[in-house]
Ligand binder design. Structure first.
Ligand SMILES: [Zn+2]
Length: 709
């Protein structure tokens, strides 16, 4: 919906895939209780959790977080648990109160409380959903059944609530950040990444077999005969989509994914397909200008972007190949594909056996979740993801005091000052680029807590007892809302996350950093804690988001958000050389399969630059706040030691191995252990604070440490 349509260029703080993993399970009496909130005593950290048997220079994450991880199981209903999940639990508890009040308030028809209440209760009502069986899905499946041509399939691709292998969409114009720009994209993979289809290894082979079983089950439920054979046929088609796709590391380069085309040029790619009608049916009548992210780059473009041969091999045929695949694939295969996608994406509000099968594959198998979340928690997530600003408005009134906003404004100002000093001092950059970087920092916009105006969902109709129809209504509303926004100048008051979201983000085209209220809770932001803790925790996140404006992708946009090269050739070469060194370091972090499965240093480069610069400017801002004075020693720890301990505490999370593997393949963030250890070993003050010497395992000789900002 609109948030996804418009979030193409955003870089956030927390692993993006994690939220996809929540679902529910048919297991026998697992413990589904929610753990009590974590506490952050005294100055913001419990020193008894330090593992004194670990040398901090050997493994700093283990020193700070190892004891906690060893003593803390991942609760059965989560794919991961720790500081991040704990903030999620706190946020959900507050949202639950808002929903409860709406449900018990006997709200007037059409009021926002009525929409919250009926959306929540209809989702919650598993007995009613089960008693109706597949019946509520039949009108939608019938629309798919009625398709007789490729033209009919294209029309289904643009219907809200149906999946699409080809689709128009909306982004912000990289040449004019005050305007939206239409896009024309491809997609359609269900496994986490193209490599799962294309790389031969034991795990992928097993994953494909399980996926084909799941497809077979869904085709059975859709009433399709000969389901096993047709599931295999579907998989074969999807594998061709994977061949056409681009590697996620390549997709991070906006120079390669910005390809302006006219409507006529897109139509000319497939003259025998009614793409013009499809674009009109999406709601883009009269729209002539599009960005096509996956148009194959020329050899010259690849040379200019210094794309290495191994990455070139992972750039598929893109949109032209996808159009060819679309035409070559029989209508019946597309109908099967649309049916399984419809059932899979709406499994939560279809009969239990479909919901359970979805959990078994998508959550238990792919992410290692042991048990299904209780239905009320999932119903709450649906309200959050469908009409989140409706509950978010009340959430912030109760949970985000003005004092927190004021304190955050001060902190952000201090972080900006620190970044300005670092920009003034970095040695690898000349004065012309330096001045432009400074201008970009000065132009950065900051949003804290909640939007100035909240979405009211006036034209959305939610009805009691119709969980599936309500989902489709939300999808239609999302399209309508996006198209209304598209017709106007870019709405700079819009938020791409709700206030109750535990995350933060940067948007390059808007040059803005955004911190939702739910992220601004302990241990991230703790007004009672020692300043060292706050600078290390929320300070490094503020720095991380600022750093995205200056990472390998964000640095291609100027102070106004235009995709424009503001670098001298020499400075750009220096910047890229530093990035390459950092990528090589991270690619050597290989936690699985006896060192054979490693972080993808190119895919994670932007987030790693964000982490590295975030730590550096947070530390500098902390020092500035001390104004030359020595910080007090507390619990035998110096201010610097507390700073680095609190930094590591921010990543006190435990992940299932399955989730971690998926994330390493597909997510631009590094695993949490690397977000602590790989960052710190590049940072000189950490060495001094813990007396780290060449005989320590994390030690890097000064010449090998990377400082970018
Ligand atoms: Zn980030």
């Amino acid at each position: 919906m609109v948030r996804h349509l418009l979030l193409a260029g955003a870089a956030c703080f927390i692993l993006a895939s994690a939220s996809a993993a929540s679902a529910q399970a048919p297991a026998a009496a697992p413990d589904l209780s929610t753990p009590p909130p974590l506490v952050f005593p005294a100055w913001g950290f419990d020193v008894s959790t330090i593992d004194t048997s670990v040398d901090p220079g050997d493994d700093f994450d283990a020193y700070v977080n190892g004891k906690w991880k060893a003593a803390t199981p991942i609760p059965a209903k989560y794919p991961y648990y720790g500081v991040s999940q704990n903030l999620q639990i706190v946020s959900e508890a507050a949202v639950r109160e808002v929903i409860k009040e709406a449900v018990t308030s006997k709200p007037a028809q059409g009021s926002v409380e009525q929409k919250i209440s009926d959306l929540y209760v209809s989702y919650l009502d598993r007995p009613t959903i089960d008693s109706m069986g597949i019946e509520p899905a039949k009108p939608y499946l019938a629309q798919i059944d009625a398709a007789a041509s490729h033209a009919d399939i294209l029309n289904l691709f643009v219907k809200p609530g149906f999946s699409a292998a080809l689709s128009p969409g909306i982004d912000i114009d990289p040449d004019n950040p005050d305007a939206y720009l239409a896009t024309f994209s491809m997609g359609g993979l269900a496994l986490p990444t193209r490599d799962n289809y294309l790389v031969e290894n034991e795990r992928n082979i097993d994953m494909r077999a399980k996926y084909i079983d799941y497809l077979t089950f869904l085709l059975d439920k859709a009433g399709v005969a000969d389901s096993k054979t047709r599931a295999e046929r579907l998989y074969a088609m999807e594998k061709q989509i994977a061949v056409n796709e681009w590697d996620p590391a390549v997709m991070r380069n906006p120079e390669l994914t910005n390809n302006l085309m006219t409507r006529a040029q897109i139509l000319a790619l497939a003259p025998d397909l009614p793409l013009g009608a499809m674009i009109d049916n999406f709601g883009f009548t009269g729209v002539e200008r599009f960005n096509v992210p996956q148009m194959p780059p020329s050899a010259q473009e690849l040379d200019e972007q210094k794309i290495p041969p191994e990455l070139r091999a992972k750039i598929g045929g893109g949109l032209p190949a996808q159009l060819a695949l679309f035409k070559a694939t029989p209508v019946d295969v597309w109908k099967d594909w649309l049916k399984v996608r419809f059932l899979a994406s709406n499994a939560a509000v279809l009969p239990s056996e479909i919901d359970n099968a979805s959990f078994a594959f998508n959550s238990a198998y792919l992410y290692g979740v042991k048990a299904m979340k209780p239905r009320p928690e999932r119903a709450l997530s649906t309200v959050n993801s469908s009409i989140g600003e409706a509950v978010g408005k009340v959430y912030v009134e109760r949970n985000f005091p003005a004092s927190s906003k004021a304190a955050m404004i001060d902190l952000v100002d201090n972080l900006r000052k620190a970044m300005a000093l670092n920009i003034a001092e970095v040695e690898w950059m000349g004065d012309t680029t330096r001045a432009a970087a400074r201008q970009k920092l000065d132009s950065l916009r900051v949003k804290i807590g909640y939007p100035n105006k909240f979405e009211t969902y006036d034209s959305l109709t939610i009805v009691p007892g119709k969980a599936l129809d309500n989902r489709l209504a939300v999808a239609r509303w999302g399209r309508q809302d996006a198209l209304q926004k598209f017709a106007k100048p870019v709405d700079r008051d819009q938020w791409f996350m709700t206030p109750q979201t535990v995350n933060a983000y940067y948007v390059a085209q808007l040059n803005e950093i955004v911190f939702p209220a739910a992220y601004l809770q302990a241990p991230n932001f703790n007004p009672k804690a020692d300043p060292a803790v706050n600078y290390a925790a929320i300070g490094s996140t503020i720095g991380h988001e600022i750093g995205h404006g200056f990472d390998d992708s964000g640095a291609r946009y100027d102070s106004t958000g235009r995709l424009r090269d503001w670098w001298t050739a020499e400075d750009k070469a220096n910047f890229q050389a530093l990035g390459n060194r950092l990528a090589t370091q991270y690619s050597a972090y290989c936690p699985f399969d006896s060192g054979k499965t490693c972080v993808n240093g190119k895919l994670t480069l932007g987030e790693n630059i964000g982490d590295l610069s975030g730590l550096a400017i947070a530390y500098r801002a902390y020092k500035l706040s001390l104004d030359g004075k020595e910080a007090p020693v507390i619990d035998g720890l110096t201010g610097d030691q507390r700073f680095f301990i609190a930094y590591a505490q921010k990543y006190r999370n435990k992940w299932s191995e399955q989730l971690q593997r998926v994330i390493m393949e597909s997510d631009p963030h590094s695993p949490d252990v690397a977000r602590v250890n790989e960052v710190l070993r590049n940072f000189d003050p950490w060495y001094k604070a813990f007396n780290v010497t060449p005989d320590d395992k994390m030690y890097l000789p000064p010449s090998q440490r990377v400082t970018i900002w």
